[in-house]
Structure formats: structure tokens, C-alpha cells
Ligand binder design. Structure first.
Ligand code: SAH
Length: 475
């Protein structure tokens, strides 16, 4: 971080602008929004600045700058547009330890001003550290469009109830919950719509309810959501997943969850890694035990009133053991929200440009685990080989030789196209095309690592895409 963001208090202090032209006017307009006093030093000023001076908000000293002018200022702006004068302002200010900004002179500035979205008292500053001011401004424009105009009114409304809420809900976590609920409530929307009187009445009854529950000793209610994190690319998170991550107290996540996705969580949320290694997956004993432990952790946390997000790679209900966690928690009387995620098969298909179904090539798609080493979980190879659609093997890297052999013994053609997608949707993704009879050799030669998905079927041959019926018809 080349520049540290901070919001500066100007009240009771004085700021200096040196210069009387357009640049000085722009800084004046900025400072006018603040509460401090403003002094402007310049021999001559624009009529628009004279206008502001006449309103009494600014003290104009009609003379050239002297080094003494920077004394006891909160901020100094050098806006004369004349290199040697601005330079002198900068040197004097820095010598006096006063923050200085030189218009269009980042090297001579000790601070820079961001593009601002002003919903006072909500204020957003966007900076590109001088690298791309136009980008920063376009981000500001997007935020302007996104945020309701009355956001500031909502903040002031909340502020006016802060004391009351604190008085009736003594616990910090309880208050945080109260405010989170409030900002998502119809009452907050009433404030934004300008119906402040009705909102005040509704707010009072909310606060009284809050008082009721604490008086009876009812603890804050926890919640748990089983959330799919998608295959890796954070942009493939759903809006729901994102919202839940923002509201979570505790995030219990797997090895497959990309750390970049945890960046979307609330900063002070606790993160608990419960990932299992592929080796532990094989040892049924230890695996069962850790699954049981995870379930107990989830239950305990909800009972303690925490908002828990159980974050799983891909989709929680596709080889994610989400079903076990759901039934355990529901049996314990906990309501569970389930949020689907983009599963590895659809994520990898998109990045490998493999349509999983395609008219004339594949009428079905089947998700299969490559981990079925016990008789009971052994897939029905005969049916898989006969399906004629697309097969997506999860957890199949270690058992690829067996998968290929079983399918060919069951009658699948060794020339059937195969694509292995390693670390799909992540920057280090690789898509490796081949044939079913060459699958084990491909995986060995390319040293494929987990997580990887094996797609088997006519659609997996990239060369087939150009021969698709619709493509042929179009050309
Ligand atoms: N619930 C997850 C699957 C968990 S099983 C989902 O819906 O995607 C773990 C297997 O998923 C891995 O062995 C691999 O086959 C597959 N997988 C998960 N993420 C992947 C990725 N980014 N690229 C390729 N395969 C992936």
C-alpha cells in the first residue's frame, strides 16, 4: 500500500490553498464540504472564487505566498500551476510537518486526494495511487449508481438510536446482530424512501423487542449455511454465498476452497480449516472421525449463537458430504440454509470449452466418483460404458488407470476422447486432451495433480467441436 487511507478531521483547524485559478477552485469546492476554516493565498483570483469569498466561508489574502503561510495548518494545497511556486509551498509545508498536496505533482505531495462518493456521513474514497485516475473515477461512477442517494440519512437515523440500542442490548455480538438485521430490514428501506416518521415508530418497537429477548435471557440465535464456493475462481461465487460470507462469524472451510475466496468474508470472521488430505480420504476410519468432528464443531457453534458458513469447494451436494452435515444438523433441530455452488464439472467444462451435453454427441451427463474402491460404492461400469453420454470423474487422478480399464472392459471404445482439467478455473489451470486408452499415460506424463476432473465422451475431443451439427449447418 503506497498510500494509507485515513479520514482527516478538519473541524477546529485551518487549511491553506495557494493559487487563484481553476485548480484552486476545485480544491476549494472539495474543502468547502469539510468543517474547518479555509485560507486562500493568491494575488489574483477567479470571479467564481470571489463569489465563495463573498459568502464568508473563505479568507482570501491577496498577496504572493510566503513560507510562513503553512504554519499551523491541517492541510496545504499548492494549486498555482507554477512549478517553482508550488515547489516552494511543498518544501515549506514538509519542513513544517504539514501534509501537502501539489496539484498534478504527486512527487512533491505528501498526500493525494481520492475520487469521492459523498453520502455524508458515509464517505467512500477511491484511489489508484496515481496510476490510473480515470479508472478510479469510473469506479466512483459505478459506486454512485449503486448506492442510494439517501444513504447518509440512513446512517444518521441509525446514529440517533445508537444509545438506545446500547442501553437495551448490552452484548456486543447482540448489538452487531441487531444492526445487521436492521440494515437489511424494511425499516431501513423506509428511511431510504424518506418515510422517517413511520420508520422511527417501527424502530422503537424493534428496540423494545430486543429488550424483551434480553430480559428473558434468550441468547442470540445462531445460524448455519452449507455454501458452495465454486471450483476456484472467486468470481464464480454466487451473490448469496458472498452475502453469507459477509455476515458470517465463523467460516469452516475445506482444502478445496481457494484462499482468495476467503477474502470475501468479513474481516473479523473466524476461519477454521478442516480440510482433509487426499490420503486421509482413503483411510475410512480417520475420515469418518474427522467428518464427525466437523459436524460437532458446526452444531456447537450454532448453539453458541454464531453465524456459521460451512464453505465447500464446488457444490455442497456434489461429492461434498453436504448431505451428511445437513441431516446431522437437522436431526439436532437446527435449520440449515443450503446455497449451491458451481460444481467442478460445469466449471471445468466452461473453461475447457467442453459442452457437457450437445445435440448429436451427448444426450446425458453423469457425475461419477473415482474413489469407489469398496464393492458397495463401485460404479456400474457396464451401464456407464453403455450410456453414450458424457462422464465426469471426480477424484479420479489416482485411479485413472482403473477407470480406463473398467470402461474398456465394459465395452467403451479406447479411442473415446478424454480431457483432463487440472485446477479448473484457477490461473494455473491445464486442459489436457487425449484418448481413453491413453488416459493413465497422459496423467503420468503430464504429472497431473489433484484437483483434476476427467471428462470422458465425444464432447471431450476439442476437434469434435468443429464438427458439431449446428456448426456445420452454420457454415
Ligand atoms: N463438491 C465439489 C467436489 C468435491 S470432490 C464440487 O462440486 O466440485 C473433489 C474433486 O472435485 C476433486 O478430486 C476433483 O476431481 C474435483 N474438483 C474440484 N475442484 C476442481 C477444480 N478446480 N478443477 C478440477 N477438478 C476439481
Amino acid at each position: 500500500m503506497q498510500y494509507f487511507p485515513a479520514f482527516m478531521k478538519l473541524e477546529g483547524g485551518s487549511c491553506l490553498i495557494v493559487g487563484g485559478g481553476e485548480a484552486a477552485l476545485a480544491k476549494l469546492r472539495l474543502l468547502e464540504k469539510g468543517t474547518g476554516s479555509i485560507t486562500l493565498v493568491a494575488p489574483r483570483i477567479l470571479p467564481a472564487i470571489e463569489e465563495v469569498v463573498r459568502c464568508g466561508r473563505v479568507i482570501w489574502e491577496a498577496r504572493p505566498f510566503t513560507g510562513e503561510d503553512v504554519r499551523d495548518r491541517r492541510l496545504v494545497f499548492a494549486a498555482t500551476g507554477r512549478g517553482e511556486v508550488d515547489e516552494r509551498v511543498s518544501v515549506s509545508a514538509q519542513a513544517a510537518g504539514v501534509p501537502v498536496n501539489v496539484v498534478d505533482g504527486p512527487a512533491a505531495s505528501s498526500f493525494i486526494t481520492p475520487a469521492i462518493v459523498d453520502r455524508d456521513p458515509i464517505l467512500i474514497g477511491v484511489s489508484s495511487a496515481g496510476t490510473a485516475p480515470i479508472l478510479a473515477r469510473s469506479i466512483r461512477a459505478q459506486l454512485e449508481a449503486l448506492l442510494p442517494a439517501e444513504l447518509g440519512r440512513l446512517a444518521r437515523f441509525a446514529d440517533s438510536f445508537r444509545g438506545a440500542v446500547k442501553a437495551v442490548i448490552p452484548s456486543f455480538i447482540g448489538r452487531r446482530r441487531f444492526w445487521e438485521d436492521f440494515f437489511a430490514s424494511p425499516v431501513a428501506r423506509q428511511v431510504l424512501a424518506g418515510q422517517e416518521q413511520q420508520a422511527r415508530e417501527a424502530m422503537l418497537s424493534r428496540i423494545n423487542r430486543g429488550q424483551g429477548s434480553t430480559a428473558q435471557g434468550t441468547s442470540v440465535e445462531g445460524s448455519v449455511a452449507l455454501v458452495g464456493a465454486g471450483p476456484g475462481d472467486p468470481e464464480l461465487l454466487t451473490l448469496k454465498a458472498q452475502r453469507l460470507l459477509q455476515g458470517a462469524d465463523l467460516i469452516v472451510y475445506d482444502r478445496l476452497v481457494n484462499p482468495a475466496i476467503l477474502e470475501h468474508a468479513r474481516r473479523d470472521a473466524e476461519r477454521l480449516f478442516v480440510g482433509k488430505t487426499p490420503a486421509a480420504h482413503h483411510k475410512t476410519g480417520s475420515h469418518q472421525e474427522s467428518q464427525g468432528e466437523i459436524q460437532q464443531i458446526l452444531l456447537q457453534a450454532v448453539r453458541n449463537g454464531r453465524r456459521v458458513v460451512r464453505l465447500k469447494g464446488g457444490d455442497p451436494f456434489v461429492f461434498g458430504r453436504g448431505g451428511e452435515e445437513l441431516s446431522y444438523l437437522e436431526a439436532a433441530g437446527v435449520t440449515v440454509e443450503v446455497v449451491p455452488g458451481i460444481t467442478a464439472a460445469t466449471g471445468c467444462a466452461a473453461s475447457g470449452r467442453i459442452p457437457l451435453t450437445q445435440r448429436g454427441l451427448a444426450q446425458s451427463v453423469t457425475f461419477v466418483t473415482g474413489q469407489g474402491e469398496q464393492a458397495a460404492s463401485e460404479p456400474d461400469w457396464q451401464s456407464l460404458a453403455r450410456l453414450g453420454g458424457t462422464l465426469c470423474f471426480y477424484m479420479g487422478v489416482a485411479t485413472a488407470d482403473r477407470i480406463a480399464e473398467k470402461l474398456m472392459v465394459a465395452g467403451m471404445n479406447g479411442a473415446t476422447p478424454v480431457t483432463v482439467v487440472e485446477k479448473g478455473t484457477l490461473p494455473e489451470e491445464r486442459c489436457l486432451p487425449g484418448r481413453l486408452d491413453g488416459l493413465p499415460a497422459l496423467i503420468a506424463a503430464e504429472a497431473v495433480e489433484a484437483p483434476a476432473l476427467i471428462v470422458i465422451g465425444e464432447v471431450a475431443g476439442t476437434q469434435n467441436i468443429n464438427r458439431l451439427p449446428s456448426f456445420a449447418a452454420a457454415v
